[in-house]
Design a protein around this ligand. Structure first.
Ligand code: NDP
Ligand code: 8X3
Length: 251
């Protein structure tokens, strides 16, 4: 029998790769993002891989849109086996004293509040079914704070804290909660962080082999496919050239 996964941020990067890999591994998919055209493109590829797909286009920062999308799920789409809270972003890489409050608000509203809105809406469906698995995409920035990472790092620390909090509170309902915590991977992440400055974005990946979205998707599938009695609480992965947020070997 096919499982159902709800994947946020499926229009690019990790979410897109996760969608394809889950489609290849017997999942039907609810896919989300703001870019409708890109979402249709990804959904079409997933359908070719054998998945049934429902696209939901909304901005995860808007609580009402998130709640409306989840309440629109009907029939089999309410039986969500796996929620991948992936949508997120870094905006800016500035010292605390020079950073823009608007950038901070976007990161907090997307990475923390968006994840909360969606999880709060989907958890009751999982509780009703007495099954489910939530995988939150955190980061190495969720356990270390680096220079100019201030609010991005704070949001990812929050994602890791919320993962543990949900894990504890959902214990009686047999719902698994995990985080996957990647280091540097080349996606649209740095283009967004540097506000469209392609040269700065490319520079983030010079001198070493960064991870690619597929590397993270494979970890998500691994975490999701452990037997029911096993919950991976956190899985951290980095490029071989990156030991942690501070220690790199670049050539
Ligand atoms: P990308 O920029 O490639 O993809 C981000 C995805 O999030 C897009 O699909 C985007 O869709 C979606 N998204 C962003 N903002 C919103 C919003 N307001 N509403 C709905 N969807 C939104 O980045 P990655 O794939 O690299 O990042 C995915 C996650 O992984 C993020 O949480 C990021 O913090 C985390 N991460 C990334 C690392 C990296 O090095 N790349 C390392 C560690 C963690 P759209 O624009 O269509 O809305
Ligand atoms: C993204 C990885 O090192 O830019 O979460 O914070 S890093």
């Amino acid at each position: 029998m096919k499982k159902i996964a709800y994947v946020t941020g499926a229009t690019a990067g990790f979410g897109e790769a996760i969608a394809y890999l889950l489609a290849e591994n017997n999942y039907d998919l609810v896919l989300t993002g703001r870019r409708a055209e890109k979402l249709v493109e990804v959904a079409t590829k997933c359908k070719r891989l054998g998945a049934e797909v429902l696209e939901q286009t909304y901005d995860i920062q808007e609580r009402a849109s998130v709640e409306k999308a989840v309440s629109a799920l009907d029939g089999k789409w309410k039986n969500i086996d796996l929620l991948v809270n992936n949508a997120g972003l870094a905006v800016g890489l500035d010292p605390f004293q020079d950073a823009f409050v608007e950038d901070w608000e976007r990161m907090i509203d997307t990475n923390v509040k968006g994840l909360l809105y969606l999880s709060k809406a989907i958890v009751p469906l999982m509780i009703e079914n007495q099954k489910g698995h939530i995988i939150n995409i955190a980061s190495t920035a969720g356990s270390q704070v680096y220079a100019r990472g201030n609010v991005y790092c704070a949001t990812k620390h929050a994602v890791k804290a919320l993962t543990r909090a949900m894990r504890i509170d959902l214990l009686p309902h047999k719902i698994r909660v995990s985080s996957v915590s990647p280091g540097a991977a080349e996606t649209e992440f740095s283009v967004v962080r540097f506000k469209g400055d392609i040269e700065k974005a490319k520079a983030a990946y010079v001198g070493y082999d960064p991870m690619v979205a597929q590397d993270i998707a494979e970890c998500v599938l691994f975490v999701a496919s452990r037997p029911a009695h096993v919950c991976i609480n956190d899985l951290e992965l980095t490029p071989t050239a990156q030991a942690d947020s501070f220690n790199w070997f670049k050539e």
